[in-house]
Design a protein around this ligand. Structure first.
Ligand code: ASP
Length: 439
């Protein structure tokens, strides 16, 4: 059994967190490959080391004095080094970083030092080998990941090692310089390592015990989702909360490697398992409820529209030409509605309306704003009678007016449009009927 354990920034923010990580690693010898993030926030108003590095490098690039900023970053690592008595000599690394900053090595290089240094400290503390990710992760000329080369080099290098610490977030660009993934990209490193060494499990350690059924700011103490499929996670994540970087998902799914989201501060909690498919029946009919406020709807009315071939395409083309993506397009016999982000739409409002008039000569265009979309997601809804009925009777009892309904034919989700002001009430009502009443 081989496990890859990726630890997020809050799991490695200080010496105390490092101790927890060591306990977790040593309690299971299958945890042979460890992928750390840079030190994150120690408390609410703290700054992540990655952000400190970006800010420090911005000064270096502007030829400003960055010594105090670099000293503050060093302080974060000294705190860990001294707190744990690792006895790691940070001097050579910081001298090199200072020199490279002065020579303008680039902001990707700068940001990557957060995980690089954390990886070095962690490897010294655990007694695991350190493997610089710039030697095993490669990007192509167009800036995208060179998956094949990365997998081959990673596999050959790591497979032989009994254990290793591989810093997250960066690799080697086509030009030989350090290049980072997008923010939160340590998850991608972890997923690449898991695939390369054919891990049985990829653990994503963070500061929550997995995914919650719904937003705890709306519902008091919602339970954790014990198992979720990748598809369910997609349906919920596009509505907000993401725990795993989107680009980390693809390689794992392809190889069928399950992910366990775990809490470094409560390692005994089982967390959430993310899997490709499962016979494991969800505890409730629904797996989760997600949602987002701030949508606008544009309804186009035109008599006999349904016989006009190409109508939908022409409408959507107007949105495309204005660089707007749409969320949903519910339609009636003579109406076609487009839901999109209100903020984005407002910037282009008049161009879109003019464009629609030109493209499809509508009888009438109606705009509505301050709308929210709620996704009720669950593999348990498939072939279960009455799910939609229960949702709508719960909403009616809560006096919520439903503006739009969209059920995908996969029967994995039901999307409901309500007014922004009804958003929380609607989520509470749906939660209550499925989770509290458990029907
Ligand atoms: N440290 C990087 C960030 O803050 C990458 C990561 O934590 O995954 O985005």
């Amino acid at each position: 059994m081989i496990k890859v354990a990726k630890f997020g920034g809050s799991s490695l923010a200080n010496a105390e967190q490092f101790t927890k990580v060591k306990n977790i690693i040593t309690s299971d010898e299958a945890r042979r490959y460890v992928v750390p993030s840079a030190p994150g926030k120690r408390f609410g108003k703290d700054t992540k080391v990655t952000d400190m590095l970006y800010a420090c490098y911005a000064k270096a690039e502007a030829d400003e004095d960055f010594s105090a900023d670099l000293a503050a970053i060093r302080e974060r690592y000294e705190e860990i080094n001294n707190g744990l008595n690792i006895g790691f000599d940070l001097n050579p690394d910081f001298e090199l970083i200072e020199k490279n900053f002065k020579e303008k090595a680039g902001s990707d290089y700068a940001a990557s030092r957060g995980e690089y240094l954390n990886g070095k400290l962690l490897s010294a503390y655990l007694g695991f080998e350190f493997v610089d990710s710039a030697e095993i992760i490669f990007f192509k000329k167009d800036g995208t990941l060179d998956f094949e080369k990365t997998q081959k080099v990673m596999h050959d290098r790591l497979k032989k090692m009994p254990n290793a610490v591989i810093p997250g977030f960066y690799g080697c660009g086509y030009d030989g310089k350090v290049k980072t993934f997008s923010r939160g990209g340590s998850d991608i490193t972890g997923s690449l390592v898991a695939v390369a060494i054919h891990a049985d499990l990829y653990e994503n350690w963070t500061d929550v015990s997995g995914f919650l059924i719904t937003d705890p700011r709306i519902v008091h103490n919602p339970p954790t989702i014990s198992t979720i499929t990748y598809r369910e996670m997609r349906e919920l994540s596009y509505m907000g909360a993401t725990v795993l970087h989107e680009d980390a998902v693809f390689p794992l799914r392809k190889e069928g490697i399950p992910v366990n989201v775990k809490n470094t501060n409560k390692p005994e909690d089982p967390g959430t398992m993310i899997v490709e498919s499962t016979c494991n029946k969800p505890k409730y009919t629904i797996t989760g409820i997600g949602g987002k406020k701030g949508f606008a709807s544009i309804t186009i009315d035109k008599a006999m529209m349904n016989s006009e071939i190409g109508f939908g395409r022409k409408v959507l083309e107007v949105f495309e030409k204005n660089g707007l993506s749409f969320e949903h397009t519910p339609s009636g016999i003579d109406t076609f509605t487009v839901y999109c982000s209100q903020k984005e739409f407002m910037e282009k409002e008049q161009q879109v309306i003019a464009g629609l008039h030109r493209a499809v000569q509508p009888d009438h265009i109606e705009l509505e704003s301050d709308l929210a979309l709620i996704a009720v997601v669950g593999r348990g809804m498939k072939r279960t009678r009455g799910t939609a009925g229960r949702i709508f009777s719960a909403l009616a009892h809560a006096h919520v007016n439903v503006k739009m309904i969209d059920q995908g034919s996969s029967e994995l989700n039901i999307i409901i449009g309500v007014e922004n002001r009804d958003f929380e009430t609607a989520i509470r009502a749906i939660y209550s009927i499925f989770v509290e009443a458990r029907i």
